[in-house]
Design a protein around this ligand. Structure first.
Ligand SMILES: [Ca+2]
Ligand SMILES: [Ca+2]
Ligand SMILES: [Ca+2]
Ligand SMILES: [Ca+2]
Length: 335
């Protein structure tokens, strides 16, 4: 009897565990993602100075819902207010932030580049506004979650390549000069964080906050599509805070040019065949010695064709691990 029970439990574990593992890897819709180790996204009010680490006072994120998922879902925001805990005060808290969820035609950034919101004149609010709210300093939403939704997946803009419906969250600093720190979670429930299996989130321009310690390393994971030969990285207002490395299956660690206060720095990074169709790991290592506090930074990437690369909250293909056995075969000249 006891033996049977042990066999039964063992079988149960064997059946359930792999499912859990898949669930965890496929359904990480926390933004920033678990592997990214980034405490907060940040958006300043438009009266702020760019030297505080936000060059355009907005953030545009895309959420993907796989075609197979037919339930409803929510996009939750942690600490949407600008006041109390987490936020960056300048004088008094007098900033208002717009949060808007968009669906329908015009959202898919593959079909409509303006939707990415990378250039100054872009109409990044394109699409149908499904839900929105402006948050000021509101104790009610301080250190708490606010849920947008429920949304039906088919209200999104369908993207064939990812076989997913795409939704867009636009965060825009309205008046004021304070920094709004916040996070997202795409959830099946309004009151808790319950991921949608196979969902993901991505952006083309990442504005985020570093941890206020020496040891935490932040990561972001751009996806390299076919046809990419080299990429141009640009980082803004890194405050000379340590170093930024690129690691991949093929790269052990390339050190990048880093920006100081209120400036952009850029490099070209060559891409090799083994890196196509996988993610790169951009690692942000803080300077040791004197702590650079409240460091906000902006990062963008584009290919040699001028096409922006998306950063996925849950890295496509998993976190890339350097493999010294991967070598690039040089083309053999025909005789
Ligand atoms: Ca707050
Ligand atoms: Ca203020
Ligand atoms: Ca906040
Ligand atoms: Ca900064």
């Amino acid at each position: 009897m006891k033996c049977k029970r042990i066999i039964f439990i063992t079988l149960l574990v064997l059946i359930i565990l792999p499912g859990f593992r898949t669930g965890f890897t496929l359904s990480a819709q926390a933004v920033p993602g678990k592997e990214e180790n980034i405490p907060f996204l940040v958006t300043f009010g438009k009266d702020a100075e760019t030297s505080w680490g936000d060059d355009d006072f907005r953030q545009v994120f895309f959420f993907t819902i796989p075609r197979e998922y037919t339930g409803r879902f929510y996009i939750r925001v942690f600490d949407p207010d600008v006041g109390g805990e987490h936020d960056e005060i300048r004088g008094d808290f007098d900033t208002r932030t717009f949060f808007g969820v968009y669906g329908g035609k015009g959202v898919d950034p593959d079909k409509n580049q303006q939707s990415r919101g990378l250039s100054k004149g872009d109409n990044y609010r394109e699409g149908t506004l499904l839900a929105s709210r402006v948050f000021g300093s509101e104790a009610r939403y301080d250190n708490k979650w606010f849920s947008f939704g429920p949304f039906n997946p088919t209200a999104g803009d369908f993207n064939e390549k990812w076989n997913s419906y795409i939704f867009k969250m636009v965060v825009e600093g309205l008046n004021g000069d304070d920094g709004n720190l916040y996070r997202f979670f795409m959830s099946r429930e309004a009151e808790s964080n319950l991921p949608v299996e196979g969902g993901n989130a991505f952006t083309y321009k990442y504005t985020f906050r570093m941890w206020n310690d020496f040891k935490s390393v932040a990561h972001i994971y751009p996806y390299v599509d076919s046809g990419v030969v080299w990429i141009k990285q640009r980082n803004f207002d890194w405050d000379n805070d340590g170093h930024i490395l690129v690691v991949s299956r093929y790269k052990q660690g390339i050190s990048l040019s880093v920006s100081n206060e209120n400036e952009w720095k850029e490099d070209r990074i060559p891409i090799e065949a083994p890196e196509i169709g996988s993610s790169l790991d951009f690692q942000f290592h803080k300077a040791q010695g004197e702590l650079v506090k409240n460091n906000n930074v902006v990062v963008t990437l584009e290919s040699q064709r001028g096409d922006a690369l998306p950063f996925f909250s849950s890295p496509i293909g998993g976190v890339p691990v350097y493999n010294p056995k991967i070598t690039v075969r040089k083309a053999v000249k025909p005789k």
